[in-house]
Design a protein around this ligand. Structure first.
Ligand code: F6P
Length: 396
């Protein structure tokens, strides 16, 4: 990265800013960026306690409260800036930032400190969607722990009204606008900015469906029997049996199946009658010079490869091929496809690819990723627990 980046969220309360911030942080961290969220609401609660959660505190006609809110927002941004200046790469400033004057301050601070910045505005105009987010918020936000359900809903409506009375939509550039969770993305930044373009693709894909994601490897192949890597081997009889049983297991489910472009995953999906999509970005790690060899042959013919891989399996790049770190850069395209789906998803892919995918959903230190257990004949079910607490996984 040429410059450190501040991602400045904007939008009314209950438009999904915190949810998108969390997803974005995960996506960036998974790729190796130092990414952190600075949430102004958390600073407010910590500084002023639960009383600051009542709607009166957000009344713009009350100057002492407005000053207090600005003071907290600036302190939070100060910590963000200090972190970015020290060791961070991308900081996400999670706050409403609904006024042009607040945004002018943030823009100015970023420019003074030499940070790149982007405003990410969340807009929802589907009442059902807003209502869904409101209830997620009321259930999970520390602000409403002490309120009864109806009182919380009524107080939140008043808070929303206060913000609506001063809301000015983002016109400052660069910005992106995420409208109704993936319905539309407005991009107002240089088309050559690859990181922003990727973030817009990702944020435009994320939605609020409680879908489940299943991962499995292909059925057994002739190459598996000989412990050979790579290649494009077909399934054995046992592999075909697995393919049949896999389709039986999911019968009747509203599901989309993603496979790689390799024969073994396409054959494994062949008994499904739902939609099947071939994604070449799910192809197995490219083992370059070692493609088609068995692990024993690699040790015999390319001892240096075995040794170097043993020393740092995550970063080792096969001569003429890929490393796990490279693979994440390829597989991220499939992650965006998975996020964009509203149905449950079954991914039929490969050992290294599935390890990378698991480590996106379940944060895993990079050095452990190449060792995640990923046998044949197993299904991994990843369930989105809820908007704020991430994912859970289970091996079937
Ligand atoms: O052996 C099957 C396989 O999918 C190979 O094609 C691939 O190179 C390998 O697994 C990845 O696993 P590891 O990184 O542990 O060698």
């Amino acid at each position: 990265m040429e410059k450190k980046l501040a991602v400045i969220m904007a939008g009314l309360p209950a438009r999904g800013k915190s949810y998108l911030s969390l997803r974005l942080q995960r996506y960036l961290e998974w790729q190796g960026y130092g990414a952190r969220i600075f949430n102004v609401g958390a600073y407010r609660r910590e500084t002023l306690g639960p009383a600051s959660s009542r709607s009166d505190f957000f009344d713009p006609r009350e100057p002492s409260f407005a000053r207090e809110r600005e003071r907290i927002a600036k302190r939070c941004f100060g910590d963000l800036a200090a972190w970015l200046e020290e060791d961070g790469d991308i900081a996400i400033y999670d706050a409403t930032n609904v006024t042009a004057s607040r945004r002018a301050y943030l823009k100015d601070e970023c420019e003074k400190r030499g940070f790149a910045f982007v405003f990410v505005e969340n807009i929802c105009d589907y009442p059902e969607l807003i209502e869904k987010i409101i209830w997620i918020k009321l259930e999970h936000s520390a602000d409403y722990g002490a309120f009864a359900r109806d009182a919380a809903r009524a107080d939140f409506a008043r808070r929303l009204g206060h913000y609506e009375s001063v809301y000015e939509t983002v016109s400052e550039e660069p910005h992106m606008k995420i409208i109704n969770f993936g319905q539309k993305v407005v991009r107002a930044f240089s088309p050559g900015d690859i990181l922003l373009a990727e973030m817009a693709d990702f944020l435009g894909a994320v939605n609020l469906m409680d879908k489940e994601v299943y991962l499995t490897r292909h059925g057994q192949t002739y190459f598996n029997c000989e412990d050979r890597i790579g290649g494009d081997s077909p399934l054995t009889g046992e592999g075909v049996e697995y393919a049949r049983r896999l389709a039986d297991h999911f019968k009747g489910r509203d599901l989309v199946v993603f496979t790689s472009a390799k024969r073994r995953t396409i054959e494994t999906a062949s008994f499904f009658d739902c939609e099947r999509v071939v994604l070449p970005e799910l192809n197995e790690i490219n083992s370059g010079l070692c493609d088609g060899l068995s692990y024993a042959e690699i040790t015999e013919k390319h001892r240096d490869v075995s040794e170097a891989r043993g020393n740092d399996k995550f970063d080792f790049r096969y001569p003429g091929g890929e490393s796990y770190r490279d693979l994440i850069q390829r597989v991220k395209k499939a992650v965006i496809r998975i996020e964009a789906e509203k149905r449950d998803v079954l991914v039929i892919a490969h050992r290294a690819v599935n390890r990378c995918l698991v480590s996106y959903f379940i944060p895993t230190p990079p050095e452990e990723v190449p060792y995640i257990e990923m046998p044949l004949d197993r299904i991994i079910r990843i369930a989105r627990l809820n908007a704020h607490y991430g994912c859970d996984w289970k091996v079937i």
